[in-house]
Design a protein around this ligand. Sequence first.
Ligand SMILES: [Zn+2]
Length: 452
Amino acid sequence: MEPSVTLNKTIRINIGGTTFKSYVKTLTTFPDSKLANLEKEKDSFDFDQNEYFFDRNPILFTYILDSFRKGAVHLPKDICGTTFKKELEFWEIPQHYVAPCCWEALYGSEDDIETVNLLIKSFQQNSNLALMSQEKMDVRTRLWLFLDEPKSSRYALVWSVFISFVILAATLVDSLSTVDSFQENFTEPQIKLLSKFADALDFDNATLEKLATIKPRTYLLYANAIFHVILTLELALSFIVCSNKRSFVCFTRLIACFGYMSYWISFTVYFNLKYLESIHALMVQLVFGYLSIFKIARLFYLTRGVPAFRLICLTFSSSKQELKILIFLLGIFVCVFGYVLFAAELLQNSNITNIFTAIYWALITLTTVGYGNYVPSTVAGHVIAGACAVCGVLVLALPVGIIVSKFYKYYDYHRYTVIHAQTREGPCLRMRKNTPSESNSLIEEIELVPTE
Ligand SMILES: [Zn+2]
């Protein structure tokens, strides 16, 4: 007996033990689907029962069959979108038949999978190294892990805490150097040199006075030098032992390296000023002393062990579109309000004297900062200022809201991936964790295990 498929007839389909009955006509709603072309499914036809049999979930099939009756696919709200997508694939129903009210359920789950993959990728880098057993590592890799991966061993953690302390101490000393009571006056010959320098550059007396009093006390200078010896050596050694030089050279390290070099040039010249005794030497010392401020970038070292910081970076890097919209919108509104305000204040004795001042005012007002150094003085100006402030809140809130919700999502999913990675640790690994001799094993420190 051949499976008879005629439009007016009913047809029995057994899905995982539950029998469904429908008109053949109904099943032609989606012409390319498996159900519309059942005559091709001869292998699934049960001649004894005179029905088709598919070993699928009958609950999901209720929704599939309903889609044929309604002409559009609606997803059950309590079923994962990915599961239902597989069901659609099995029944060969194209995704574009899914009704707009159910897009979130379908595409939201794809988005979630993308998020998890992104998180795993970005947190994986050092975990791969951590997966290697310590015996297999050469001295260089071990040294690299010691310097750059605080979670690799107890000693690495201590080293990381020590370096963090040195960075903080160096920053504190730098900050103290700017406080009056931690500064001393230059010596007579140094002041002479300074005034020559000020004359050559046409500085006024106030600038000269400022220059003459910014010398930190000697003990601060030496303390800072010791801290910088440690930090410079640490950076240099990390660079030498790092096998992947390209990934080592990042923005913050480059800036910090530039800051250290400036510091050492300024330091060397400063202690040889009495031999050099030239305006140029003093200029080099002052300029590089000024540039050494870039070593503050090393503070980012402290954020390495903080997943939230990496999540913030990840949020920004994946929110380029939103940031572009933000800058674009802000740019337009700043120009519009700047021009309108300038026009409104044109004939008044206002401190907004040109378009650029007006644009600056608009930027400060739109970003809800409002310094108040430039203020409109006309009634029209006040109305524009009010509108500008309200627009500022709205313009900022929209893209910022999207970025913030993305961050929350990353934060939550990072938590889930950490918990999930723990559940994947087999009994073998758990035993290793509990063995005292292996307590500093790298394996217990793995945060994420990539899914296949
Ligand atoms: Zn729906």
